[in-house]
Design a protein around this ligand. Structure first.
Ligand code: ZN
Ligand code: ZN
Length: 214
């Protein structure tokens, strides 16, 4: 190994330990909001139905709970703040920092409307090509509104082309969930992922038995 390579390996380790890497997934939409608004309060806990157990959730025994009664106990998320200041040191550092950030974290995108997918348009190509773990979770605000669903799917078809274009094969672990999808949506989604290059892994969970049309 060259000395310069050794240095860069060390540097990556240092970045990883300085608040750039989190055990739990990071929400891409919030990350996008932060960039737009420059505000760390968008750095949210991403506990969802798909990621039910936040690794940073700590159990606080309520002082007046007796024996095994735990109704009054509270759970608090003590996730560390992501160190976004590192992105602003210099252009050269920022490039390396973002490579570490996007390749070392797990990302999830909770899509409630078409515009949530715009985040991929704002990511730099090298950020997308650094991604190693991405979960796109479709939770449309109005699952029965045909026009909104149509818009959402159109945006998704454009988005997956962007992802496919920049993804580095075969490093991406990709997951897609759309619990409220019907048969028609399911087939559009299945067709859409065919443009992706070779993936490290793929997990799909589309539709569920609550749809009477199936
Ligand atoms: Zn949390
Ligand atoms: Zn978590």
């Amino acid at each position: 190994m060259l000395f310069s390579e050794l240095l860069s390996a060390c540097r990556d380790k240092i970045y990883a330990f300085s608040g750039l890497v989190r055990i739990c997934p990071i929400d891409l939409v919030w990350e996008h909001m932060r960039k737009k608004n420059g505000d760390a309060r968008y750095d949210k806990c991403t506990r969802t139905a798909y990621h039910p157990k936040c690794k940073y959730m700590t159990h606080q025994r309520s002082p007046n709970s007796i024996g095994s009664k735990r109704e009054n106990d509270r759970f608090t998320c003590r996730r560390p703040l992501l160190n976004f200041a590192l992105f602003r040191v210099s252009r050269q550092i920022s490039f390396k920092v973002s490579r570490v950030f996007y390749s070392s974290n797990k990302f999830q995108l909770r899509v409630t409307q078409a515009s949530d997918l715009f985040v991929f348009g704002s990511l730099k190509p090298h950020a997308i090509s650094s991604l190693r773990s991405l979960h796109v979770d479709f939770r449309p605000n109005n699952p029965s509104n045909f026009d909104e669903l149509e818009e959402l799917l159109q945006q998704w078809l454009a988005t997956i082309q962007t992802i496919a274009k920049h993804t580095t094969p075969p490093q991406l672990s990709f997951a897609l969930t759309f619990p409220s999808a019907d048969v028609e949506i399911a087939s559009i989604l299945l067709e859409s992922i065919k443009c992706l290059p070779r993936l490290r892994s793929a997990a799909l969970s589309i539709g569920c038995c609550q749809d009477s049309a199936i």
